[in-house]
Design a protein around this ligand. Structure first.
Ligand code: GLT
Ligand code: MN
Ligand code: MN
Length: 388
């Protein structure tokens, strides 16, 4: 029997808003007691998490006085010290308060945009004070219900200006901080700007300090858009931009379900974990999800423990896949190369192009070859379900 005990080196983290979620939804009120940030830290320590992430207002209420803020932060730091938990990531709540109903950085009201910058700088200071090295931007309200409201070019321009400003602020303070942009196609806005990780990657290239900015892809958000999450993660990795990741689960094309990681799409979760482990992703594995509304306080612990356990089980399955002689023999056969095309590979040359155009390919034979992906997929299924 394998050991699926979470350890600090696994870098499993949860947001205060995830285990602290009291189960309210648009159709019903809270079903669980609200836990204080200190209580949440102790729950996370009990289940074996490595770290806790937060929005500014998960910890400090939006209307707290400076003295209240200092007391809350001191209590929280004590809980961190008592438990050994760390804060790898922090972010700003730019979506709950009515002031942000038409966006924060992209709002049509210059006073709201200025307030959003001011709030974010103070939230960055708080995150850095708690030790965060990654700062997430999820622009939940940065969008529209009607395109009559704003030209999307204006939205992009305002987003760019805000991020450029905040990059400069962070550097000016001497902070060792990287920004990670999180995409979502819709909800709570009818449409949110920069709706997928791919859109974010293209946008980052237009910033003044692109080296400081990467992405925080979330599984549920890409599934809402009907996409293959692992492919988006791979593209972020390829671009050197996978700064953080939000793990959860979600059926395709639905509302933001934020289910426990591994609870729905086992196969996608498996290939995601295999990808992260194969490439050696070393950042936090952040579970941005919450317990079913049916659960009480014990059920929340089941949810948190289950998230980490599922990751570790899939990690073990990935190692088995990589060591499975039959699977690896099949992959070697599928990828076989007799060397006859070596002269055509690599960089372009005029001679190579001419030789390639003249080469007599046996198209029918190439097209007739069976690729054995049916067997490969069945072996994967058998391995995942414990039948091999
Ligand atoms: C919110 C959202 C998440 C984001 C969080 C960061 S808050 O719960 O649904 O996906 O990661 O702002
Ligand atoms: Mn989500
Ligand atoms: Mn998220």
């Amino acid at each position: 029997m394998s050991d699926y005990t979470p350890k600090p080196e696994h870098k499993f983290t949860f947001g205060l808003w995830t285990v602290g979620n009291p189960g309210a939804d648009p159709f019903g009120s809270a079903v669980r007691n609200r836990l204080s940030p200190v209580e949440i830290v102790h729950v996370l320590a009990e289940v074996g998490a490595y770290g806790v992430n937060l929005h500014d207002n998960d910890l400090v209420p939006i209307d707290a006085t400076p003295a209240e803020r200092d007391r809350i932060v001191a209590d929280f730091k004590r809980a961190l010290a008592d438990t050994g938990l760390v804060v790898p990531m922090a972010t700003t709540n730019l979506f709950s308060d009515p002031v942000f109903k038409d966006g924060a950085f992209t709002s049509n009201d210059p006073k709201v945009r200025a307030y959003a910058l001011s709030k974010t700088m103070r939230a960055i200071d708080l995150g850095v004070e708690l030790g965060a090295r990654i700062y997430v931007f999820w622009g939940g309200r940065e969008g529209i219900e009607t395109d009559a409201a704003r030209n999307p070019l204006e939205g992009l321009k305002r987003m760019r200006e805000a991020l450029n400003f905040l990059c400069e602020y962070s550097m000016d303070q001497g902070y060792d901080l990287k920004f990670a942009l999180e995409a979502k196609p819709n909800e709570p806005r009818g449409d949110i700007y920069l709706p997928t990780t791919g859109h974010m990657l293209a946008f980052i290239a237009t910033l003044d300090h692109p080296q400081m900015v990467g992405v925080n892809p979330e599984l549920a958000h890409e599934h809402m858009a009907g996409l293959n999450f692992m492919h988006g993660v791979a593209q972020a990795w390829d671009a050197g931009k996978l700064f953080h990741i939000d793990l959860n689960d979600q059926n395709f094309c639905r509302y933001d379900q934020d289910f426990r990681f591994g609870s729905h799409n086992w196969k996608q979760a498996f290939f995601l974990v295999k990808f992260l482990e194969d490439v050696g992703y070393a950042g936090p594995r952040h579970f941005d999800s919450h317990a079913y509304r049916t659960e009480d306080a014990e059920g929340v612990k089941d949810f948190a423990r289950g998230s980490m356990r599922s990751y570790l089980i899939l990690k073990e399955k990935a190692a088995r896949f990589n060591a499975d002689p039959e699977i690896q023999a099949l992959l070697a056969e599928i990828n076989a190369d007799d060397g006859s095309m070596a002269a055509f590979q690599g960089a372009y040359s005029r001679e190579k192009a001419a030789a390639l155009k003249a080469y007599p390919f046996d198209r029918p034979a190439l097209g007739a070859r069976g690729l054995k992906y049916e067997r490969l997929d069945q072996l994967t299924f058998d391995l995942l379900l414990g039948a091999r």
